[in-house]
Write a protein that binds this ligand. Sequence first.
Ligand SMILES: [Zn+2]
Length: 367
Amino acid sequence: MTAHFMKRAALALALTLLAGLGLAAQIDPRAAIIERGAWEALNAGRARAAAEAFREALASDPKNARLHLGAGMAAALERRDQDAKDALERALALDPRLTPARTLLGQIQYRLGDFAGAIRTYETLISLAPDARDAQATLERWRRELELHDRMQQAIGSHFTVSFEGPAEAALAAEALEVLDRAYWRIGLLLGGTYPNQPVPVVLYTGEQFRDITRSPSWAAGAFDGIIRVPMRGALDNPKELDRVLSHEFTHALVRSLAPRGVPAWLNEGLATALEAGDLEWAEQQVQRQSKPIPLRALQAGFGRFTGDAAQLAYATSALAVRRLIEEAGGFAIANLLRDLGDGAEFDAAFLHRIQRSFAEFQAPLG
Ligand SMILES: [Zn+2]
């Protein structure tokens, strides 16, 4: 599974700020119209249009902290994390009390892997807004994570860095590195010879640490949010399961390196599930039991919101669709589709171009 927290948080923020916009003093009516359009685009999830509108608004009003915040939010939605960080820091330099900017800055620092920076940002946030209860809980979780990672050891391979807690897990970490390396070559080749351009960090947790840090649903066997995070319950006794989980999460890492944004959940999870070692008989059985198949359009957003049964069906449907896509178009075409989506191409147009048939037609067998 993958983390979609940022998108939800940013959209909720956009909504709040859009609602408050009417109260803000506006001097230039044209600038006001552009700004309103920018927030509305952000609120509708049209990050690119929002980014352009905020850029335009900033050209005539460069000292407006709220516009820098909007630019930062649009960049965050597009996963241009460094741009987002710069914009949010500019917003805070102009208005240190702009709490939403500091909240998002902390999330971006965390996503960039700067845990210490994220913690400092949230410490400041809480000192300025002591009643921010969500922020307090997040800060405590980040401190626990940093403290845990500080005491972890690392096994370093050419393509992965595996962190683990104690000597008891050293053998497991070595085993994980081997399994990951096999997945790296197998899956990279399946996607037309594409590989992540830098080593992928992997952290092995106990089941309890995993739930605490990732807040994943109870059915999740792994997570990817820039780091592959895996709970190690009984994994050594079951090499097949270890291979399955690591292959799945590695595929997410590979998808992210091709397309940091714009990938619908069915394609991302479908690839990760279809490229796990093992067959998809379970998925066929799952889907056959349903009287009515789920359309892929209903599987755009992350699966973390589903309960166990609904999640299984969503993964099964996605995996079978992607298997068909691989059979019909090949991994190379899919890798190109992902690259286009990452570059901001519109999904239906990119699909038609790379897969050589329309998405509607591809979906037709699903009813
Ligand atoms: Zn997944």
